[in-house]
Design a protein around this ligand. Structure first.
Ligand SMILES: Nc1nc2c(c(=O)[nH]1)N[C@H]1C(S)=C(S)[C@@H](COP(=O)(O)O)O[C@H]1N2
Ligand SMILES: [Mo]
Length: 180
């Protein structure tokens, strides 16, 4: 009797644990999923862009980008994705520049719902070849981005190590002049 009870208790506990962990794994990712990205800070037009708004910008299609972590480890690749240039989004938002030299002191902060943030400089985006590879993307293989990075993400495809500025669950683009 005691042994049966013990077996029943252990089984119940195991089933309960499994359910809790299975649930956590699913909800952990779904809670980060973004439906829009806000462009704010030193811009003339604040924008809130949903996937359908992003589709209004000139489309960029990319075949393949290897994902390399900051440590040098290869962590996979991005394939057949579709998005738009960050440059085109910032041109629509219009970066505020009161003085001819203001943009040279301006940065762009891309942030995600899990608290992840990366920065770009205005010069890097508008005055180096890197800018041609900085994209906000929303489709892979013709489908919306899955929960592990979607529905909106970012990549700087010309970086040497592309992992760090692959921002999953992108929800903010903030423009900030950081020195006077
Ligand atoms: N939102 C968000 N994006 C992120 C990260 C993160 O922690 N949060 N980590 C980055 C880093 S350092 C790398 S190497 C890749 C790792 O992608 P993976 O978690 O799919 O392997 O995502 C990048 N994008
Ligand atoms: Mo990384």
């Amino acid at each position: 009797m005691f042994q049966q009870c013990r077996a029943l208790l252990i089984t119940t506990a195991l089933v309960f644990c499994q359910q809790v962990f299975a649930h956590e794994t699913t909800s952990d990712l779904s809670k980060y999923v973004t439906e829009s990205v806000t462009v704010s800070g030193a811009v003339e037009n604040k924008l809130i862009l949903r996937v359908n708004d992003l589709r209004q910008f000139p489309p960029q299609k990319v075949g393949e980008v290897p994902l390399i972590c900051q440590t040098g480890a290869n962590v996979g690749k991005l394939e057949n994705f579709k998005g738009v240039l960050l440059k085109d989004i910032l041109e629509k938002a219009v970066v505020i520049s009161k003085d001819h030299n203001d943009v040279k002191k301006t940065i762009v902060i891309a942030s995600a719902t899990d608290g992840y943030k990366v920065v770009f400089s205005w010069s890097e985006i508008f005055n180096t070849p890197i800018g041609e590879g900085v994209m906000v993307f929303f489709e892979k293989d013709g489908k919306p981005l899955p929960e592990d990075e979607g529905r909106i993400a970012m990549i700087s495809s010309k970086d040497l190590r592309t992992g760090p500025r692959h921002v999953k669950w992108l929800n903010g683009i903030e423009v900030r002049k950081i020195v006077d």
